[in-house]
Design a protein around this ligand. Structure first.
Ligand code: PEP
Ligand code: MN
Length: 348
């Protein structure tokens, strides 16, 4: 259920409603939209009638939401959430491109990658410092050293950064170095991590679990919002099906569907969805045509030398070409052109 407050309601009126809800064991959560102020209240739906909330000053409407996720739903907030990271707005009119290597491998590799992302017109630098690998014998990431390199690459390139966190300790550590914290597919239902992310003061990129339904994915986002962090970006990254020729199956229909159900921005990761460099460009085009607010693309200065996910990593030239092709789809679907800064000099 959500309590819609008059946009001109006072802090005291909002507090009075929240207090009453808490008294009756609801868990109120304030969402401050442009057109509406709503208080999400999770609790027994039937108890609500006896509270007489409608009579309280400042209350405009009570909407019962049957979906198990309240705060992430479009009913709680009509307008799109726009997540601001530095100068970059995710969920606004522009399509945002995050790119960089699967893993941070060395100073030279990351700084070179950052320069290429910048040159191609990308907005955010990605790079994994903590790698959740299927095999314990595979490269596990540079950890804090990798985070420091992300910070350095960000300062040099001016690009904000995103990195995956795999537990509460890595989350705490990453907060000191990066701009967006990613929760990967394998941790989508790590509820303690989701709660910790909800208390963090940085945006969260929440990937869809590889076997998660859309409802389970939105419930995981609800964990983060219910702890007070509204800056969540959802990422469709393919789900596991019977198909074996692609790494996963990219669920493109999830994009318009999730955007119908939720106000949160939705981006797409065609790299992990397909596992195949040759499929990244067509799937990126399809994602933008389907309404995605952005893309996260693996790019390595030398993909054949990558310590992980080389087969799905673009090389710098391929990223640049993809960015050019994307302009056509963006124009066709009425998304703003991203400011491409071609012709920059890349050293090293
Ligand atoms: C990644 O982005 O590096 C990653 C491991 O992605 P996913 O969690 O989607 O597999
Ligand atoms: Mn990867």
């Amino acid at each position: 259920m959500v309590v819609v407050m008059d946009i001109n309601s006072t802090v005291e009126q909002i507090e009075a409603v929240k207090e009453k809800l808490m008294k009756y064991n609801f868990k109120p959560q304030l969402i401050h939209g442009v057109k509406r102020i709503v208080i999400g209240a999770v609790g027994d739906r039937h108890a609500i009638d006896s509270l007489n909330l409608k009579q309280m000053p400042g209350v405009e409407e009570i909407i019962s939401i049957m979906k198990p996720y309240k705060l992430v739903s479009r009913q709680a907030r009509e307008e799109n959430t726009v997540v601001e990271v530095g100068d970059v707005s995710i969920g606004g009119s522009e399509v945002i491109v995050m790119s960089g290597p699967c893993a941070v491998e060395s100073r030279e590799q990351l700084l070179t990658a950052a320069r290429y992302v910048k040159k191609a017109g990308g907005h955010i630098l990605r790079g994994g410092a903590f790698k959740p690998r299927t095999s314990p014998y595979s490269f596990q990431g540079m950890e804090e050293e990798g985070l420091k390199l992300l910070k350095e690459a960000s300062l040099e390139s001016g690009l904000p950064t995103v990195t995956e966190v795999i537990d509460e300790q890595s989350l705490e550590m990453a907060l000191n170095y990066v701009d967006i914290l990613q929760i990967g597919t394998r941790n989508m239902q790590n509820f303690r991590l989701l709660k910790a992310a909800g208390k963090a003061n940085k945006p969260i990129l929440l990937k869809r679990g590889l076997s998660a339904t859309i409802e389970e994915w939105l419930m995981s986002a609800e964990y983060i919002l219910s702890e007070g962090n509204e800056n969540v970006i959802l990422c469709e990254r393919g789900i596991r099906t019977f198909e074996t020729y692609t790494r996963n199956t990219l669920d493109l229909s999830a994009i318009p569907l999730v955007k119908r159900l939720s106000h949160l921005p939705v981006i797409v990761d065609p790299s992990h969805a397909t596992g195949d460099r040759g499929l990244i460009e067509p799937m990126s085009m399809a994602a933008v045509a389907s309404g995605a607010d952005g893309l996260i693309l693996e790019m390595h200065p030398e993909p054949n030398k990558a310590l992980c996910d080389g087969a799905q990593s673009l090389n710098p030239g391929e990223l640049e070409e993809l960015m050019k092709q994307l302009q056509k789809v963006m124009a066709a679907v009425g998304r703003e052109k991203s400011p491409i800064n071609l012709g920059g000099v890349v050293n090293g």
